[in-house]
Structures are given as structure tokens and as C-alpha cells.
Design a protein around this ligand. Sequence first.
Ligand code: KIV
Ligand code: ZN
Length: 509
Amino acid sequence: MQDQVFIFDTTLRDGEQCPGASMNMTEKLEVAKQLARLKVDVLEAGFPISSPGDFQAVQAIAKQVKGPIIAALARILEKDVDRAGEALKSASKRRIHTFTSASDIHLNSILRLTRQQNLDKSVKAVKQALAYTKDVEFSAQDTGRADRGYLVELYTAVAEAGATTLSFPDTVGYSVPGEFGEMLATMMQKVKVPGVIFSVHCHNDLGLAVANSLAAVQAGVRQIECTINGIGERAGNCSLEEVVMALKVRKDLFKVRTGINTKEITRASRMVSTITGVVVQPNKAIVGANAFAHESGIHQDGVFKNRETYEIMEPADIGLNDNVIKLGRRSGRAGLKKRLNQLGAELDEKQLDLAYEAFVALADRKKDIYDDDLLTLIAPEGDKKPDFALADLAVTSGTGQTATARIELTKDGKSLKAVAEGTGPVDAIYKGLEKLTKTNYTLITYTIQAITGGTDAQGDVTVVLEYKGRRASARAAHTDVLVASAEAYVGAINRMAALKDTAFPPKGI
Ligand code: KIV
Ligand code: ZN
């Protein structure tokens, strides 16, 4: 039997640190359930000390999500470890992930600790965490730029104190594969404490997060930390789908297996993208819209004759199928429910009613309804009723006339109306929405993509807004791209209002 490489997913913790990608509790639970279907081994649910919302999300996931080990992050501080232990109480399998830093630049400039003080505090935190669970992971940020002698000392001390997983983050994505693999080989040789699992956590600043993780596996590491679609701080984290598929497609070389159900990859990718509003680039490996599209005639001819000529994996391996739903305008609620269940959506009666209402409206506008269209109907609702809702929109624009938007919003049952002009229809809509909501946020991103082919395809709009350093994103789909543009903007305004109640991660991380 081949060795197993454990997959530690941190989409809900490090992934959520991606600008604009914050998720509410309902959304986190939705993603966590999908990660369980994907069969990740460890699911890092959050950083409980960072905000009451994060604490509650970890608590809810610990209670409701079965299968993976549920992990919570904590600095090497007593209050952090207690908070993580508390949040994880009801998990049947739990892990406290405590972390510090290893490089001198972090120790001197952020933590202001000597190497010895850092080591002593780390040992203390590991021992404290062991009182909550026997499964304790230790990480020291910036190992890629740290002194190797100190790394051996620090990691040996925490392993002797009882840490069961030793993770080596390349926090700033500085390492390159040869050197990173060699560093891990040295660590495994010198930190000689039986039974510990070595892990890596790679960031993608040089586009090498997956390559570095694979080099670490070749050196003997048996846990990889990663996120769906590679989302995360700055350039993101190691992408789960890429690293898992590399290990699967090249099992001849790596000679290891993972427990991941790869057929759930596409659904996980789309769900995370829809919920966070972080768009997947079309040429992204594995999950990009073009990952299996052959454009050149020579390639198409080759694939037609023998798929293996230009394809190293099958779309079905990642759960990508032709996905034309057989439901039509007259399809009933039961048929819709069945298909949504097949897509992994567990809806209660009220949610199903809403999805069915939206489905019937969509079927009136669009002939063929694809799974991707259906997924737009079931994006989870927020924890509370949205502040603003779009009630009506009429836009006039064209050559030789000023674009004008007439908008009606509702808030707390009251109707708000405005007329606004702009340089184009979207500009006019957004000016009107600013007027009605009395907001003045900076529009950071506006993207629009067709969800499927054809002129009746739904336009999928993503909007990211910024206000005082906080970013909020939202996504909306509609066959009328101007309605989608308005819905996405209103969604982002509502999210910004919700974000004002949440805290930023505490200083010193
Ligand atoms: O990148 C990093 O170093 C981290 C740690 C908190 C593990 O995310
Ligand atoms: Zn990280």
C-alpha cells in the first residue's frame, strides 16, 4: 500500500484572508460540508481569537461537520489556545494548530522575542494545547527564510513537548522547489522524534506554491496545507486541486495517494468562487473554464481520435461532465430537488421554495438550463436578511443619448427610488445605487463572464468594493447583465455593512 499524503484544507482560514473573500457563517458551513464531501483529512475552520464571528463559525463547524479533523488556529498565546480549545469542544476529531515565527526578521520586527524566548513560549503553548486534544500542530512562519540550525532546535523542542504535526510554512512564498525539498529532507533527518508528521504550507508569491509542496512530498513530507482555487493572502496558497491532481496523475513518480474524492473538485471550486466572489481565471489548471477546452484544429483532431493525445486526465475525474440538465419549464419541484441534491445542495423546504421560484423565472428567460445555472440559484443566504434589495430597474442607453438608470430598492419594507445618469449603463446604475444607499465605496473590481454559451447565457458579475481598508465582494447572475450588475453591487453593499461588525485579525500574526 502506498503512503498517504494528508490534505489539510485552510480555505476557511488562510483562504478567507484573501482580500474581499470574507464569508458569513452560513457560507462557511456550506463550504465546510463540501470540504467534507471532498474528503479532506483536516479542515482548518478558522482563527477563533480573531473575532466573535470566527469563534462561532469554528464552533458551528465543529458541531455539524463530520468526517475531517476540525482544526483551529492559535498564536502561542495562552488566551488564543484557550479560545481555540473552547471553539473545538464539540468536534469528534479536533486539532489545535498553534503558530509562531521562525525567521529573525519576524522575531525582531513583529514578535520582539529572542530565539530562546520564542522556543520557550512555543513549548508552553503546545503543552497547553495538549490539555484540549492529543492532536496538536505546530507551525513557525517564514521557515523559508529562517536559520536552519534554529529550525532544528525549535521543532525538536515542540515535538518533544508533544506536538504531533510539524508544519513548515513558506509564508512569503520565497522558496524554490530544489532548496525547499532539501530543507525538508534536512529537517526530517535532524528533528528525530518518532511518530510526528511533517507538513508544509506554501504561499504562491513566485507562483511556486504547488511546485514547492510537491518537492516536499518527494522529500518525505506527508501533509500538504492548501486551499480551494489557491485563494489566500496576496498571491494565495498552494491550490488543493492542482496539488491533488498532480499527485494522482503522476502517481508513477510520487508513489503516494491522497484520500481526496477528486470528483468533488469542480463543485468545490465553483462553490468557493461563487461564495467568495473570487473569480477563477479561465486558464487556471484543473478548474479554469479552459482547462479542458481544445482550440487548435490539430489538438481537436487528436482528441477526437484518441483523448489521451492531448489530455492527461479526464474531465470526469474532477467531476466535470456535460452538465446539461434535463429539466425544463414544466419540471416540477421534485425534479429540481433531486438534481440539486445530486449537486450536493441540501436545501430545507423554505430554501427549496426560493430556489424553485428562481428556477421557474430563469426557465422563462433561458431555454437550456445547465448545472452551473442551477448553482446560481442556491447561493446560500446570509445570516440575516439583506439590508437593501433590488425591486426594480429600468435603463436607457445607446448611441447619442445619456445612459439613465431608474432604480427602486427596498429596505425594511420601505421603497427607495432614484434616477441617475452615467457615462454608460453600469455607471448610471452604480451612481443611482450610491445615491440610494448613501454610500461612497471605491469600486475595486467589476468583472463579467458568461456562465454558459449562447446569447441567452446568464451574465455572472463580480463586484469588489473597498471602504477604509475593508473589502467586500459579491457575485450575481442573471440573463440581463444589467440586472446582474445591479444585484452584485447591492450584494457587496450589504456585505460591507455586515463586515463593519467583524474584527480584523489581531495584531502580531
Ligand atoms: O502562512 C503562514 O505562515 C500561515 C501560518 C499562520 C501557518 O498561514
Ligand atoms: Zn499562510
